[in-house]
Design a protein around this ligand. Structure first.
Ligand code: ADP
Ligand code: MG
Length: 256
């Protein structure tokens, strides 16, 4: 069985409109793949479909996690299967502290009857918080409530570090970050990189790829992947912008 996240000929409708068109993409464990593309092209839609968001209707295609089909799984089953999602706009969860949230999330991974060891939980939590330069006073703060953009994104990476997924989808983790926060977040991700983690890093801008150097780059336009290549493809996009992609892959005249 191949250890990979495999998206095969996926098409998705949102409220009756096709947003994802016959998209195929494979991310092997151990690799970081960047997914780039102009706004409105369907990147976040893809991320939400993978996460199991109920508003999106898969009209055809398949998604496999280490060979196992996930499209019929509930959100929590996908998480337990090893999938993690860092959202473009992380939700606030008033009344639930970061520590309790992460503890519950880790507890949910254990077999029935098993209990998390509190001492080792906090030890791990503090290690990861130090790594991401998150102040310990955040442990007792409600998840994302009143956080700055940068704090929310760091908290997403903290969740990822604590949940130890096999595959992480990161949707514009770089948006809204100043250069210092970007460096901290990137360093956090780089420390998590390794043979057991596959990453799909969704980004509009090349900038984060200076810090998290991808193994492969895919360009998405109009709901599908139109070009794939090495890390130099990201630079090319940065220099030339997305207009040449739009021109090269524009629908034939009269079809619009
Ligand atoms: P990207 O992340 O690449 O900027 P999105 O996936 O957010 O693109 O959006 C792709 C297209 O799908 C846009 O035209 C957007 O308006 C539409 N879309 C996404 N989610 C919804 C939704 N829940 N309802 C209606 N349209 C949506
Ligand atoms: Mg988006």
């Amino acid at each position: 069985m191949s250890k990979q996240l495999e998206i095969k000929n996926l098409s998705v409708n949102v409220e009756g409109t096709q947003i994802i068109r016959n998209l195929s993409l494979t991310v092997p464990r151990g690799e970081v793949h960047a997914l780039m593309g102009p706004n409105g092209t369907g990147k976040s839609t893809l991320a939400k479909v993978l996460a199991g968001h109920p508003d999106y209707e898969v009209t055809s295609g398949e998604v496999f996690l280490d060979g196992e089909s996930i499209l019929d799984m509930q959100v929590d089953e996908r998480a337990r299967a090893g999938l993690f999602m860092a959202f473009q706009y992380p939700s606030e969860i008033p009344g639930v502290s970061i520590a309790n949230f992460l503890r519950a999330a880790r507890q949910a991974r254990l077999e029935e009857g098993e209990e998390i060891d509190a001492v080792s939980f906090y030890k791990t939590l503090y290690e990861k918080m130090d790594l991401l330069q998150i102040d310990r006073k955040f442990t007792s703060r409600a998840v994302n409530e009143g956080f700055s953009g940068g704090e929310k994104k760091r908290n997403e990476i903290l969740q990822m570090a604590m949940l130890e997924p096999s595959y992480a989808i990161m949707d514009e983790t770089d948006s809204g970050l100043d250069i210092d926060a970007l460096r901290i977040v990137s360093e956090g991700v780089n420390r998590l990189r390794g043979p057991n983690l596959g990453v799909l890093l969704i980004t509009h801008y090349q900038r984060i790829l200076d810090y998290i150097v991808p193994d492969h780059v895919h360009v998405m336009w109009n709901g599908t992947i139109v070009k794939s290549g090495g890390k130099e493809l990201a630079r090319e996009l940065e220099e030339k912008g997305y207009d040449w992609i739009k021109e090269a892959f524009a629908e034939p005249a009269g079809k619009a």
